[in-house]
Write a protein that binds this ligand. Structure first.
Ligand code: ZN
Length: 291
């Protein structure tokens, strides 16, 4: 069922849990994620990458995800992830996204605020004043869509931790942006971690006492489950996953591809494995965050 992202997150936090958000580059993954959410009886968030939303087919994917969310038996929200381009935000919302991460975290502080304010004004002017806005404060290292680059192979996939969120800025930032959720940088990174991730719980605690809006942890792939379960106590109500989901699906496809080619080019059965891999990851993540 169509559900406002902030309401979904707030009600999960009231029960002491966080809502997982999964990047969906395609409909097969989205079907698996929503299926896992229905099986667990929990809500879920479908994320669309900005590079996806910037294409005509990506906008059609958003419309399809919207339909999937509307028909689901559990609360589902569709969010445009990490958008910096106002035109992409407007197009994604027109196509059916009900939330946007207006991400000015790589910009200077005042420009970050200005981007979120401009996003709100544009969406309201387009007849969508109720779109839920997430903003991001603090630089998050790594690439959202790629765990590592071709010239920097997996075994050296070193992404340095960028600047932590400055908790002293949080109250001013939230008040001036009017954001309904705040993504933070507390040692989390996009892509693969170098060694064990070291989350800065002290920084997260400092942030949590300075605002009442739910916090968001990006780049959760690789953070141990026993760490993740502590996050909801610090008002982290949304946790984004991408890398681990992709890794699992790609490994499954690589393993299954030869047999399914040999079996009469059996794409249908191969998609079944894709669905199972994504669904198992989503189901395990839902169980972790709500235990
Ligand atoms: Zn992210």
């Amino acid at each position: 069922m169509r559900t406002r992202l902030d309401h979904l997150v707030t009600s999960a936090l009231q029960q002491g849990s966080a809502v997982p958000a999964f990047t969906c580059y395609d409909f097969t993954t989205a079907l698996a994620v929503v299926g896992a959410a229905e099986e667990s009886g929990r809500g879920v968030i479908l994320l669309v990458a900005p590079k996806t939303a910037a294409t005509p087919n990506g906008l059609r994917l958003i419309a399809a995800l919207r339909g999937l969310a509307d028909a689901a038996s559990v609360p589902v929200a569709v969010q445009l992830d990490h958008a910096t381009d106002l035109a992409v935000m407007a197009d994604a919302v027109a196509a059916g996204a009900d939330s946007v991460l207006a991400d000015g975290s790589s910009l200077p502080y005042e420009e970050n605020i200005a981007l979120v304010v401009a996003a709100r004004e544009l969406l309201a002017a387009n007849g969508h004043p109720d779109v839920v806005l997430e903003a991001e404060l603090g630089g998050l290292a790594g690439d959202e869509d790629r765990a590592f680059s071709a010239d920097q192979p997996a075994d050296q996939s070193v992404v340095a931790v960028a600047g932590l969120t400055d908790s002293a800025q949080v109250e001013d930032f939230v008040a001036r942006t009017g954001a309904q959720l705040l993504a933070v940088a507390v040692g989390n990174v996009h892509g693969k971690y170098k060694g064990e991730p070291q989350l800065r719980w002290d920084v997260l605690q400092d942030i949590a006492v300075r605002t009442h809006i739910p916090l968001v942890l990006h780049g959760a792939s690789g953070i141990p489950a026993e760490e993740l379960v502590k996050a909801a106590a610090m008002n982290v109500g949304k946790v984004n996953f991408n890398t681990e989901l992709r890794t699992g699906v790609l490994a499954t496809l690589q393993e299954q591809l030869p047999a399914h080619r040999a079996d009469g080019e059996n794409l249908q059965a191969l998609l079944g494995h894709w669905n199972r891999s994504a669904g198992e990851f989503a189901g395990a993540t839902l169980a972790t965050l709500t235990r």
